[in-house]
Design a protein around this ligand. Sequence first.
Ligand code: SF4
Ligand code: SF4
Length: 399
Amino acid sequence: MLCRACVHAGWRKFEAVPHCKAPARDGERPTLTFVPDTKDRCDQFEPTMPELPAPNYQTAAAIYAAYEAREVATLPRPYLGASAIGHHCARYLWLSFRLAKREQFGGRMLRLFQRGHREEAIFIEDLRAIGCEVHDVGADGKQFEVIAHGGHFRGHMDGAVLGLPEAPGTWHLLEFKTSNTKSFAALQKQGVKEAQFKHWAQMQTYMALTGLTRAMYMSVRKETDEIYTERLEADAEAGRGILERAEQIIFGAEPPARINNDPTWWECKMCSMHPLCHSTDVPAPTCRSCAHVTPERDGTWTCERHNLRDVAFEHQLQGCQAHRFIPILLDNWADKVDASDADNVVEYRNRLTGLCFSNAEGGANDYSSIEIHAAADKRAIGNPDIEALKAAFDAKVAG
Ligand code: SF4
Ligand code: SF4
């Protein structure tokens, strides 16, 4: 658009033009009209542009979705991890090891976890830059793995270092972490054992299983790149205690007690297992929640029902029709009243309704483990109306 009739070009009348920014002259409002192909463009003129539509950015959401899709396609860890063994609740560890529930993380959080892994390479580069000898992978190109209890308990070290300025002649275990401002301040104030007990227990596990006597803990404050370092000594007694704790969790036939029976207890309120411990949810019907399975000392899992000596992990995730829950896993809402190994039947009384049902298949009052897990309202389990529908339509409880 070009101007031809504007007070700033010597013209005097015409329509009011709200977009002209020029000051009025001689008490008159600046005015102009627009005519294409005119040479007298007003240098005060700011054309009115059509408004852009509101931005509809989708890139970040697509990236998060890609993280989530990759996570769904990734198998859960089949072992109890050294990075988790210092968790405050043994029951949480047991339920996690038994694949009771897969924790769901959004794409942003999953990306944040990767941030922690990316920092490991930077820390190693930093240490090498100051002359340290760092070993972060073995001959196979993989992180060093520590194993106990036949392989049911495992961890992966960030590395080992020699030549730290504080102790140049001693090999140290390396553990790299990231912190936000709050947790970084806690580390500075309290040290790793008090501020990040899980990290401390993780390092004690690695030292106990490798024979290393010293560890170097390094954490970077993400907002500023400030580095926290702390040297630790191996605590042999703590190491033994950690391995015993792992043993009890791995080979325990039933979950340890809740850390608190009050569902409003703060640690439980923040826990992903809360619906399993304090409501009527039951674990996923994998082999690991089945009454027929046994974790063996050599790291395998045995199924007594099918006489399988080394049940493959992929199979464990699927379970089978013969799955019967470890009865205590239903203890929030059902009491075991009887069982028959020969018939593979476990009978319960539903405390929500007073009605009885069987964890079994084929009978009118029978519910498979998949149905029991799927029922959102456990009052449906044992309900005669539901059983009539199941019988009439050969249906299953699915939600
Ligand atoms: S809800 Fe409470 S008792 Fe249950 S696993 Fe979590 S912390 Fe432990
Ligand atoms: S009975 Fe089925 S679900 Fe249970 S341990 Fe054996 S294979 Fe797994």
